[in-house]
Write a protein that binds this ligand. Sequence first.
Ligand code: GBH
Length: 490
Amino acid sequence: GWCKRTQQIRSFPDGFLFGAATAAYQIEGGWYEDGKGLSIWDIATHTVPSPIKDGSTGDVSADSYHLYKRDVELMKELGIDFYRFSVSWSRILPNGFADKINQPGLDYYNNLINEMLDNNITPFVTIYHWDLPYNLQKLGGWTNPLIVEWFRDYAKILFDRFGDRVKFWMTINEPKQICYEGYGSDLKAPFLNATGIAEYICAKNILLAHAKVYHLYDESYRKIQNGTIGISLSCTWYEPASDTSDDHQAAVDARQFDWGQYAHPIFSNAGDFPAEVKQNIALKSAEQSFPKSRLPEMSAAEVALIRGSSDFFGINSYTTKLTYRDASLEGMYPVPSYMDDMGAVMIKDPSWTQAQSTWLQEVPWGFYKLLVEVRNLYDNPPVYITENGWSTAGGLLDEGRISYYRSYLTALLDALDEGCDVKAYTAWSLIDNFEWKNGYTEKFGLYEVDFSSPELTRRPRKSAHIYKEIIRSRQLNLNYEPEDFIHEHD
Ligand code: GBH
């Protein structure tokens, strides 16, 4: 069981890495500059009426397209070992296809990478973080099997152009969010909302696209460039709401649908989609008179291609949900649907501390249980925490974020004590940014961005001072108070 250690000062192991993350559409701006093509998020945010909570766009956002040198100053000030950022596919390939490479797009990322290296910050590049070229979406995007080739062509250009200096690669950020939120619901662009069908087609294509790019790197680049490449999954912890066997099975099914669907094909010995996912969808499909399961099958060759195709297990982890299954499920979800296939109800516990984002609560023991479960299920793979963070409404004095980072890092240290092979930790996010459908109403930054100032001024929050000291000392000291923190703006 999990028990929060009371020790006040604890050390991170030698070689443990600390970083911070962002994503292209959320920070760059420059949406239509220097030959960039349109992405599905450009289209989404320019739709009338706007699907975005505050009607905002990423047209300018934090303007990192122009202010990247300032961003690197923040990284330096924070002392992070690495910075995880994503490349905008349509900035490099305006049409999505590899026929026409946009030189200013290459220049931008080359400048950013070189500026980071000049300041001793290691670049960690996410190849795809949700901003699909609109041209490819017109052809079905992640539901078209040809995307496996389009994605490979795009990734190859990044390896060719940046791989001499980039040694950490992530193929795809959060497949579940791309497939379920984007194609199975209307939570993310392209808002396809074709649940029960589209998210499963997307899942298979994403796994294949990821695996092809992994093997491309492994076979043609690794020897010369000597880097590491993997994938990141968003992993929520699902805790049984009670001790009944129904609730336990509901929590297992929720984990398998949420992240096992992607983790099992890549990280398990057997490969393929997890048994729970295959069985539930096959059963429901038959009941619903589908001639075969709505979950696409994988051939033996596809299973083999995907299995083992990641050097590390990238985990984006934020929160925990209580999970149950009972008679109230009857008729609760549309048919067919991903939620109906999973057959679980997920709820918040009102006693857990709530962030600005409705879905986000502080549950450090859930993070601990998640890390131990990943160790148990997949033979203790090397884990990089590629995102972890807390949202507020704003302000420099962010005690909620400090409490969150401290309690989650405590849980991480506990997991290390249990033998979990966690090698790196990444805070989401370096700076405030465009939080997808919630626009600028939720702030995740260690640094505040003043979106109302023409300079888009960046200022450190109190949490930035705390994180800086953790990185400097390689220790977590729960009593540390920054002396030089001036919160004149609160
Ligand atoms: C990350 O996604 C993204 O990679 C990043 O771009 C984003 O800015 C950041 O998190 C903060 O949101 O529990 O049913 O209510 C996090 C993905 C989004 C997954 C919310 C869980 C809640 C679904 N998470 N989602 S539910």
